[in-house]
Structure formats: structure tokens, C-alpha cells
Design a protein around this ligand. Sequence first.
Ligand code: SAH
Length: 242
Amino acid sequence: MKGYSLLKGLLILLLPSLLLYGFSDRPAVHDYAEKRERMVREQIIQRGIRDKRVLDAMRRIPRHLFVDRSLWQVAYEDHPLPIGEGQTISQPYVVALMTEALRLKPSDRVLEIGTGSGYQAAVLAEIVKEVYTIEIRKGLKERAERLLRRLGYKNVKVRHADGYFGWQEYAPFDAIIVTASANHIPPPLIKQLRDGGRLIIPLGSTLYYQTLTLITKKGQEIVTEQMGGVTFVPMIGEVQKR
Ligand code: SAH
């Protein structure tokens, strides 16, 4: 009988917290999986993205973990969100559009300029073999690096530097993605792109509007394709001096 009353005592002690947990406003994990599925269907597939690897990556990655806890509930909505230091995580559709445009293969090595929250790097890491990502703001670099490590991405290297100069040590890259806006393509990035490689960047000289531009390197030639209007936070550092 002693054991029984102990059990009862324990239950009485624990019950309130169990109930509290059940009714708290903390959303369950499956809640986010549902939100993610809806995001992919309604924002991404419906707008024409077809690359299965991109869709699967975005179905898997817990995007809410890349923003502050106070924004978890809105992390899967159709817009960018603040990530601190005046920077933003891109709208899910823009992430999908840019990633698909790079026509990635599993064996690829990709360079990202503008790590930010690390979300885009995670999407890339789900698809390709090696991801190199550069962030100029130290606090963001460290936070993103920590989260990517916690989520188990062993194929991402994060560096604190001005991405204008690329990452010579690991060049050439099969693809380069610049997730901050610039009024020109940093020449070192074109140099570090392999022949046949693709680079995508929001190009424009205003703060509010840029043109998503895809270039393909073909020998000495650069083929350019414009993919529509976007709004990104500006790239800072060397790019603003030229
Ligand atoms: N790709 C990010 C969002 C990028 S926001 C994500 O998935 O969350 C743009 C980022 O570019 C910001 O974090 C900003 O600090 C960074 N940035 C701006 N200029 C840079 C530069 N010259 N080199 C590297 N990163 C830069």
C-alpha cells in the first residue's frame, strides 16, 4: 500500500504541470510540420516551383528555429521576418525560387554570401555535398553556426568575413548565391565560379527594389537572365566602396 500512496502522491504532484503543459500555448511539433506542408503547397508549388529536392528540403527544415521564439507562430507565413541586427530571413518562396534557379546537383559545392539566420544554408545543405557560407555580422554568424551544428549539418562551413571577396580556399564553386542586394556583381565571385557554374544575386541600386539576376559562366562569356523584382537588405562592406 505504501508504494500505491507514493504513486498517488506523485500523480497529485505532477498532474497540474501535466495539465498545464497540455493546455499551454506552446504548439506541438506536429503543428509546425502541418504549417510547413501548407507553406510548401500554397506558397511554393502553387507559384510554379517544381524541383523536388528543394520542396523536400523545405518540408523537412524547422524554419521556426531560425527566428526568435516570439515569431515561431508566424515562421511559415508568406513573408520575410526579422532576425536581429536589422536583417531578415527571406520569404519562403524567394528561398525556393533562388535555390531552384541554381539547378543544383547532389555532388555540388555551393557558396552563399549572407548567412543571416542560416536557413538558406540549411536548404542548400539538404541538397548538395558542400556548403560554404559567409556572414559579415559576427553575432549572426555565431548564432547561425551554432544552430546549424545543433541541427546536425556537417557539410556547412560558416565564416565571418566580407563576402565580396568570396572564399578562395574552396573555389571554384558550382553555384554561388548572394542573399543581400548589390549594385554590381563582385568580380571575385565571378572568378570563383567554375565554368558552367551559376550565380544568383538581387541586383539594383535602390534600397527598396532589386532585380533577381541569374548568371551562367560560359568560358569568358557571362549569360544573364532576369527573374523578376525582389527586396533584399543591402550588402555592406567593400561592395559599397566601388
Ligand atoms: N540568407 C539569409 C538571409 C540573408 S539577410 C537567411 O537565410 O536567413 C542578408 C545577410 O547578408 C545579413 O545577415 C547581412 O548581415 C549579410 N551581409 C551583408 N553584407 C555582407 C557581406 N559583404 N558579406 C557577407 N554577408 C553580408
